[in-house]
Design a protein around this ligand. Structure first.
Ligand code: GDP
Length: 318
């Protein structure tokens, strides 16, 4: 990308888009096109087409989505499928109509079948049934990948799709009802530390294995792919750093300085026993994540302490 490329970053207020925006600004990109969801409703086809016609972006980063944890996905399945399908369909078609040179479509590794062999490779896509709790979201994301690939075949569009693993970092959702384990634990340990509580209650058994990627590494990977990659199908973006929930809890307790005990609520679900993606395709291109889990936890903790009062709501990528 040239320093003055016209880049439309959709979803710049979300966890993913916010990190991409920081990296684009740090690189001195001068022509960034940004709209909040209030300024431009990407579910509105006419508004989206008119916006692309007027702005003529050369590069599009599609990080706008309706996102949430297992609770939100289960309670609002209709909103999750409609909004994600509409956003992807409108943006990808508008990009084709206005001759966008490169588009990066972002999804998540929940597009892969529930029982896919681990670490999950890209060719596991559509090889088996999906996890039912987030199937509407996953199907919308799969449709977006298929759309990029179909447009590549029919129209020669250079549209690519990246699938990040579990993400964390500044700007994450810290609402205990809807958030993922990493922000939940940071918050629980910090609140126990503040109140002098002797123990912290965690969910499940602590044995499940998860992979975590710091959000700035994802942002760097996105720019790397935009510049050097042009293939159909999804490409995984993971850290390769796998930990058990118990190990994660111990690391977070150390970062926060909490010395009390951990209590496991075994009535809460463990979820899938292991979820890690195979990122060898990305690594073979020459990309390596830089931020180790311990360091990323310190940075996220520092951000949480600074933004506690505003960090409670439900995050949306749009
Ligand atoms: P998943 O990766 O899709 O399963 O979603 P989560 O990030 O929400 O949960 C990951 C694992 O952490 C599961 O085994 C949870 O049971 C476990 N866990 C332990 N304590 C907590 C907690 O306080 N909140 C959440 N969300 N998960 C927790």
């Amino acid at each position: 990308m040239k320093p003055d490329s016209r880049i439309y970053l959709a979803g710049h207020r979300g966890l993913v888009g916010g990190a991409i925006l920081r990296v684009l600004r740090a690189r001195g990109q001068q022509n960034l096109i940004l709209r909040s969801s209030r300024e431009l409703d990407l579910r509105d086809q006419a508004a989206t087409f008119a916006f692309f016609e007027a702005q003529q972006p050369e590069v599009v980063i599609l990080a706008a989505a309706r996102v949430g944890g297992i609770g939100a996905n289960s309670n609002l399945p209709g909103e999750f499928i409609y909004e994600n399908l509409a956003i992807a369909s409108n943006v990808i078609e508008a990009a084709r109509r206005t001759g966008v040179g490169k588009l990066l479509n972002l999804g998540s590794t929940c597009i892969y079948p529930r029982m896919a062999p681990q670490p999950i490779r890209e060719d596991a896509l559509l090889s088996g049934p999906l996890e039912p709790t987030n199937r509407p979201y996953a199907l919308a994301k799969i449709a977006a990948i298929e759309m990029c690939d179909a447009y590549r075949r029919q129209y020669g569009c250079d549209f690519i799709s990246a699938m990040p693993t579990n993400l964390y970092g500044p700007g994450d959702n810290f609402d205990l009802e809807t958030c993922h384990v990493l922000p939940a634990l940071l918050r629980k340990f910090q609140e126990a530390q503040d109140s002098g509580a002797a123990e912290v209650m965690l969910w499940g058994t602590g044995t499940p294995l998860r992979e975590f990627l710091y959000i700035d590494d994802l942002a760097e990977a996105c720019l790397f792919l935009l510049e050097r990659y042009s293939e159909p199908g999804p490409i995984n973006v993971g850290s390769g750093e796998e930990v058990s929930i118990l190990q994660l809890a111990r690391m977070i307790a150390q970062v926060v300085g909490f010395q009390g005990s951990l209590v496991w609520d075994k009535s809460r679900s463990d979820g899938t026993p292991r979820k890690i993606c195979d990122s060898q395709r990305l690594y073979a291109l020459g990309f390596k994540p830089q931020v180790r889990l311990h360091d990323g936890l310190r940075r996220t903790h520092a951000w949480f302490l600074e933004h506690r009062s505003e960090a409670r709501g439900v995050r949306t990528g749009a």
